[in-house]
Design a protein around this ligand. Sequence first.
Ligand code: ZN
Length: 351
Amino acid sequence: MESYPNAQATKAIIEQLVKIPSPTGYTTEAISFVENYLRQLGVETKRNRKGGLIATVKGENDNKHRFLTAHVDTLGAMVKEVKDNGRLKIQRIGGFPFNYIEGEYCTIHMSNNNSISGTILMHQTAVHVYHKSSSLERSEDNIEIRIDAEVHNANDTRALGIEVGDFISFEPRVEITDNGFIKSRHLDDKASVGILLQVIKQIEAENIKLPHTTHFLFSNNEEIGYGGNSNITPETVEYLAVDMGAIGDGQLTDEYTVSICVKDSSGPYHYGLRNHLVKIAKQHDISYKLDIYPYYQSDASAAIQSGNDIIHGLIGPGIDASHAFERTHESSLIHTEKLIYHYIQTKIIDI
Ligand SMILES: [Zn+2]
């Protein structure tokens, strides 16, 4: 058997995932991809009404469950108005400043199931025409989408089938370098979705009987705050969100280790679970960093805030320049994958 975790395999599935457009609210294709992947492994899955997917692996103990989640939804936008000049005014889905998408290629997904490409630009981009472009605010009023079609006015654009409410996805521009980096939009949180799929594949391949029944929720509303707050079985004791680690000044999280979040904007994560994860990391030579994410909430916070009586935690690969031109290294992916692989084979901490 090939060595596990396998960085090439994990990067390959992440590459496939980031290429599937899935702004929050438009995640059916990404969920279907995950569903098909799990079906091929023979893993039982169920869709929830919100459009997420739950895979359940029965364990020895079916009275106390474990719950892990990663989200397939990403940042994106929606057509707000068809402008008089035939271009599109947009509203953002998820949290990011407009300059993170300025100049980016995008796809408009029309309700008739067709799609058309475009570019996100400042209205006042042409340097030969507009004098103060660099100092103008990157705002909903100034940012527009130039559609790749001959349109001169709103009627021309509408004739293509474009309307208010159409979803817009951003070109991921994924690139994998020879020295182990993966650069792409939407590594948050498709890197973790890929990792969870690899872990499930491995436990199936090795025929591992998990100590506890374990649910894997592929949530689809995390970027707007309520992805993983439902479908938590009454038997669930531990809830672990697998989502990006935040990198920046003052942060310990990096692109080469697994980040274990001790606290974010929602407050501290469960102390006992955090210590349990650290113990596993030490036992298995997994490089980790404990860290605080100053402006962050996860599906685990959403689950707690919805009133679930659970032990909650958050871990994930370190993602540089989050919500913009993201990057991580395969080392971070591998340490995260190893930690999850060993964690789900331990006993729940309150036993
Ligand atoms: Zn995320």
